[in-house]
Design a protein. Structure first.
Length: 460
């Protein structure tokens, strides 16, 4: 596919692409944001980042919806530091071309291409020009590539690295572009977007799964099939397509009830396949449902999916430690829900109580009878909490029973929420591997692919 705006200059000078005159969104950032770190941002930190080894592989990990308060609450939930805490390098802004608060399509596009776009748009700039992503630039450099997600693989964030569409909702077109792309490994949900209507899918006629198989791709749809895979010959043209659910994968709280792999298992399988390429690889891994939990203000779902994502990060860092030439970048695309660390005037944190929760608020709400007279029984079954009469009444009278259940649980954990949508909070940036310290500072999301490209020397 012809790209009208390329990524070849990403590493040169970290210069923001112009978007015209000053907008309201521009006012939300410091005047130097997106132009690299200022002198006062500090010297590079201690540790792995000073290593100047050649970067052969990049693992770009995106915990969708994750921000500093998620990190703080997760530390309490886990009872110790997360694997990424030791690798904090800075913060970055997330506004889109037309809004102070971004959506995942605009954020994903910025993180993939280094260019701002409007909310809802995938792989196009604000004027509608097609953009080339850092993943596609890596392909041009001879590297193998992969995408992993717990949403449909055609969802906004993974789509931003491969597709060019005016609307993120056009997942059937995104699926067609993914099937026709050169991406070597695709693992996630969204089988229906690859199947024709005749087979119960969303495509009018094309069976994209059959097409990629006819071109030599290996197709898997269960955890067992993924874990039993033989070595793939990516240099010989092999591809791997794994679609483990008709729609999105199950939340981590419910994954045990399915035959679906975890995000860590998908990450490990993708690395195992991609590392066979002697020229290296570029892998994107999205923990998609942290964002969905934030939209639902579901603290237990959020923390359990963060825990699952951390296991994937551990897989990536373990590989990077052994390999020595792999850069791991962990960066959420935006905050979701405006989660707070503490609520209702409490000076105590209590996120660890969420470990007792075994279902999402949506699942619990679905178990309520018509008059909601079984609220106490249902919530006790899935949380271990004995509800007060006030809590029971609140859930019974709520217009949205799921949200009410989630707020009761969040209150028990002393976690607050300010929104059921995204917010404009700055996002922490964690980096491990050679050149990690070049990421130190306060950035814009468009800087991330430029910094990665510079570290990979894609402009050379």
């Amino acid at each position: 596919m012809l790209k009208k705006v390329g990524i070849a200059a990403l590493g040169a000078g970290l210069i923001l692409s112009g978007m015209g005159g000053l907008t309201a969104a521009d006012a939300a950032k410091p005047e130097w944001a997106g132009q690299g770190k200022p002198e006062w941002a500090g010297k590079p930190g201690k540790g792995n980042g000073k290593d100047k080894s050649k970067i052969e592989n990049v693992i770009y990990m995106i915990p969708d919806g994750f921000s500093a308060d998620y990190a703080s609450n997760y530390r309490v939930y886990k009872g110790e530091e997360a694997v990424w805490d030791a690798h904090l390098k800075g913060l970055f802004t997330t506004y889109s071309a037309n809004s102070d608060i971004t959506d995942s399509a605009a954020a994903g596009t910025a993180m993939a291409t280094g260019v701002k776009t409007n909310n809802g748009v995938v792989g196009l700039d604000a004027e509608g020009n097609e953009l080339e992503s850092i993943l596609e630039a890596s392909e041009k450099a001879g590297k193998s590539t992969g995408l992993v997600a717990t949403s449909t693989i055609t969802h906004a964030t993974p789509a931003s690295f491969v597709a060019n569409v005016e609307s993120r909702n056009n997942e059937t077109e995104i699926a067609r572009q993914m099937a026709d792309s050169d991406v070597d490994v695709l693992l996630g949900g969204g089988k229906n977007n690859f199947l024709p209507a005749a087979d119960g899918g969303n495509q009018e006629e094309r069976n994209l799964i059959q097409e990629v198989q006819e071109q030599g791709a290996t197709y898997v749809e269960t955890r067992e099939q993924l874990l039993d895979l033989d070595d793939l010959d990516l240099d010989g043209g092999d591809r791997l397509l794994g679609l483990f659910a008709e729609d999105a994968l199950a939340p981590e709280l419910h994954r045990g009830e399915t035959e679906q792999p975890s995000i860590a298992e998908m990450t490990e399988a993708a690395i195992d396949a991609l590392e066979e390429d002697k020229d290296g690889f570029f892998l994107v891994v999205e923990g998609s449902q942290i964002d969905w939990a934030g939209h639902d203000n579901d603290a237990a779902w959020a923390m359990s999916d963060v825990a699952a994502f951390e296991e994937a990060v551990e897989e990536a860092i373990e590989f990077a430690e052994e390999d020595g030439n792999t850069l791991v970048v962990v960066a959420g695309d935006h905050d979701t829900g405006g989660m707070t660390t503490g609520s209702k005037g409490s000076m105590a944190l209590n996120a660890d109580v969420l470990k007792n929760v075994t279902a999402t608020g949506d699942h619990m709400a679905a178990q309520l009878n018509e008059d909601r007279s079984n609220v106490a029984e249902v919530v006790k079954t899935y949380t271990g909490f004995y509800l007060s009469e006030k809590e029971i009444s609140t859930i019974q009278e709520a217009g949205n029973a799921s949200l009410a259940i989630n707020h009761v649980i969040s209150d028990r954990a002393n976690i607050g929420w300010t929104s059921t949508n995204h917010t404009g909070a700055d996002i922490p940036l964690y980096v491990f591997g050679p050149e990690a310290d070049s990421f130190v500072g306060f950035h814009d999301n468009t800087d991330l692919p430029k910094l990665i490209a510079e570290a990979m020397k894609l402009d050379n």
